[in-house]
Structure formats: C-alpha cells, structure tokens
Design a protein around this ligand. Structure first.
Ligand SMILES: [Ca+2]
Ligand SMILES: [Ca+2]
Length: 270
C-alpha cells in the first residue's frame, strides 16, 4: 500500500498522468562540428584517399534526446461521495441513527427531517459525502422517522428502515438502499415496499430478519377463540433493490407465541 501511494505521488509530482521523462542516455542523434586549425601536407593526395599527415583540433558536441515510454500507474480508491446541501436552518429533525449503510465499517448518520411539506431521508457517510432524498407519501400526521438499518440479505450493506405512516394499530415501515452515492426505495412489484408493524387485541403484524431473508408475519384473532390467532409467515428475498415474495407458511398460535414485532438488529419502532 505504501509502495503504491508513493508511486502515485511521484507520478503526480511529474505533472500528472502520462508524464514524459527526459533522461540523458546514449546518443541517438549527434551533431558534430569539426574544425582544423593547422594542416601540414607532405604528400599531395593522388586520390580521394588521403595520406595526409595532419594536426587537427576538433570539438564535438553531442546532444541526445530520448523519449522513454510513458508509465502511468492508476490506483483505484473509492472516492468519497459529494456532500449534499446541509440540512436547512429551521428544518425539523425527527430522528438520527448511527448506522453503516454503505458497508465500509465506518459509521454513517441516518437522519429524517422536515422542510416545508417535504420529509427527507439523509445519510452522512463516515467516509465523507452524503445522500439526501425526499421521502414521498409520508403521512403529515406521523411524519417520517429513521428507525435504523440492518443488512437484510447479508451482502454487507445496511438497508434503511423508515417509518412513513401509522394506522390504528401499526406503523408503516418503508425500506431504502444506498445506491452509489444516492438513496433509492426498495420495491416490491415496482412500487415502494411498505410493511405494517404493530398489534392490537384482534391483529398483529411484524418484521423479522434472519440475515438472508426478510420475513413478514401477521395474525388475526380467531373469532370465538380464547387468544388464538391464525397466523402467516412470508419470506422475501432481496436482490439489488427489489424484494420478491416467497411461499408463506400458516399456523395457529397463541398470544404467548407471538414474539417481538420487529427483529432486525438494532432497528427499533421509534
Ligand atoms: Ca459506512
Ligand atoms: Ca444489504
């Protein structure tokens, strides 16, 4: 690593990429000047082949210009993302979370805030730069709330969980992904994915993460029963920014068998 950095630094010092180095090497082109100052001839030349005995004073000047093949070393280093405009003065920040969205092990800051009528989701990356998007379809009654991040499919990057609405017994959770230096919604069937998380006496719904799949679960109180629910678990695979529903599994469970409603690492219900 030190070798490569030093090499790049030297190349930069030479004026950037494609530098031409001029080195004094062996003569390739020679221009000479020869002058005779004193000549004594004892035998006239009969032909062009001289038998001249002479005293000659010479001076020779050699100039060599050699162009070496240019050497360019390129080191790929992940460039920091550009910095989005700062959160405006007067904006209402609803939540901040310390997460790792881009998977570089440097903690990033996830923020939700309101400016005018627009709710924003923002990530300030630990490595520098930031991403900031408007979250559409946020309920004005609840606002958007950063809940945290978890690596749903286990690819090293954290998916962002954002509360975007709330109903009678559950909040609605949207999901976002880092895409380069931007943020994009995770979708199902071409529309942003939104999942209910919450419970009442008659219903429950939640989210689980197992490190490779996202699971939804929900249940409805069986009429006339004593605390028994007809429940369903459904797995989803995440590829890129798209969730695909798998085959669900149904069961009848008691209220005591209903676990935590959101189990995806440090993601909380806000
Ligand atoms: Ca990070
Ligand atoms: Ca991930």
């Amino acid at each position: 690593m030190m070798c490569c950095l030093a090499f790049v630094a030297a190349a930069c010092g030479g004026g950037g990429t494609g530098a031409t180095t001029t080195l004094p090497l062996a003569a390739a082109t020679t221009s000479s000047t020869t002058s005779s100052s004193t000549t004594t001839t004892t035998t006239p030349p009969a032909t062009s082949t001289s038998t001249t005995s002479s005293t000659t004073t010479s001076s020779t000047t050699s100039t060599t210009t050699t162009t070496m093949p240019s050497t360019t070393t390129t080191t790929t280093v992940a460039a920091a993302c550009p910095t989005a405009p700062a959160i405006p003065v007067g904006a209402t920040v609803s939540a901040t979370k310390s997460i790792d969205a881009d998977g570089d092990a440097a903690l990033d800051v996830m923020t939700t805030y309101l400016v005018g009528a627009d709710w924003h989701l923002r990530v300030d990356f630990g490595a520098g730069g930031s991403a900031d998007v408007v979250v559409p379809d946020v309920s004005p009654l609840t606002g958007a709330l950063a809940l945290g991040a978890f690596d749903i499919e286990g690819d090293g990057t954290g998916e962002l969980f954002v509360k975007v609405d709330a109903g009678a017994h559950a909040i609605l959770v949207g999901l976002y992904d880092v895409d380069g230096c931007g943020l994009v919604p995770i979708t199902i069937g071409g529309v942003p994915a939104v999942f209910p998380v919450g419970a009442s006496v008659g219903n429950f719904s939640g989210l689980n993460c197992d490190g490779s799949l996202l699971w939804t679960f929900e249940g409805t109180l069986i009429e006339g029963s004593e605390g028994m629910y007809e429940a369903m678990d459904i797995p989803y695979t995440l590829e890129g920014h798209v969730l695909t529903q798998g085959f669900g599994d149904g069961a009848v469970v008691s209220a005591d068998e209903i676990g935590p409603l959101l189990t995806c690492g440090d993601v909380d219900l806000g």
